[in-house]
Design a protein around this ligand. Structure first.
Ligand SMILES: [Zn+2]
Length: 264
């Protein structure tokens, strides 16, 4: 299986840093991104640098205990939360932590995102739990996520932001994009005065799509096959055509129901 070398993984972190900054998921020096290099080492962003202006030489290497092995800048203090994720989930190859405004607003309001409102959200993320508040830069922050980490890939952090896990950094980032886009839509729907959910009759189909894509839990922890020191990267691309078909069916059903309501 093709594995990227560390030079390319460093470029990937810089690219994702640019995307989260450009999309307004972080302000100033907020946020942190990491990639698992091997069974005991993680490549991570440094503290005190805008994610929009990272260069590959700024990144740090730490071991799973948090000892910095490489890098002239100090690693992000929130790396402790990332390391907790890598220790708990051997299927995880990357972690993205940012503060996107819409999903963070739900985290500040104290709301988990567990309503089936959008097919993409249900298939890609399932339900997103709200981890209780933990002080930034302390081991406590990672511990608040522990009760949820085996059953979810994406988490809201109360009064703080969001955390996404992935088999690689693009998957983790795309989950964060889906979370923020869906949060914005849910917020706007509420502003319009109503947040409908997908009819329960349609949820089984979305759940089976999630299952076919290997997104349900528990997952196989086949991250380090015998003789390999690199994590296996799973393919979990969401099938856009299937999602579109479900969106059409749900929309048709809602229109039919609204027609019936209007006729009464
Ligand atoms: Zn943070």
């Amino acid at each position: 299986m093709f594995q990227k070398n560390q030079t390319d993984l460093r470029k990937d972190i810089c690219e994702i840093g640019r995307r989260v900054w450009q999309r307004g998921y972080v302000a100033y020096n907020d946020g942190n991104i990491s990639i698992r290099l091997d069974q005991n080492h993680v490549l991570a962003t440094p503290t005190g640098v805008s994610k929009g202006f990272l260069s590959p030489d700024m990144l740090c290497v730490v071991d799973l205990e948090g000892r910095q092995i490489d890098g002239h800048l100090k690693v992000s203090s929130e790396i402790l939360m990332h390391l907790t994720m890598y220790r708990e989930r051997c299927d995880i190859g990357a972690v993205v932590h940012v503060h996107p405004p819409y999903c963070t607003a739900f985290a500040v309001a104290g709301e988990a995102l567990d309503q089936p409102t959008l097919p993409e959200f249900v298939v890609a993320l399932g339900k997103v739990p709200l981890a209780p508040y933990g002080a930034p830069s302390t081991p406590e922050l990672g511990e608040t996520v522990l009760p949820y980490v085996k059953d979810h890939d994406v988490f809201l952090l109360a009064n703080h932001g969001a955390l996404a896990l992935g088999s690689d950094v693009y998957e983790a980032y795309h989950r964060m994009e889906t979370l923020e886009q869906s949060s914005m839509i849910m917020f706007l729907a509420r502003m319009l005065g109503r947040q409908n959910v997908i009819p329960s009759a349609d949820l089984g189909h979305l759940e089976s799509m999630r299952e076919r894509m290997g997104l349900t839990f528990p997952r196989d922890c086949l991250t380090f096959p015998p003789g390999s020191s690199s994590p296996v990267r799973r393919q979990t691309e969401v099938d856009e055509a299937q999602i579109e078909a479900v969106v059409r069916r749900v929309a048709e059903r809602l229109i039919q129901e609204m027609g019936r309501e209007g006729g009464n």
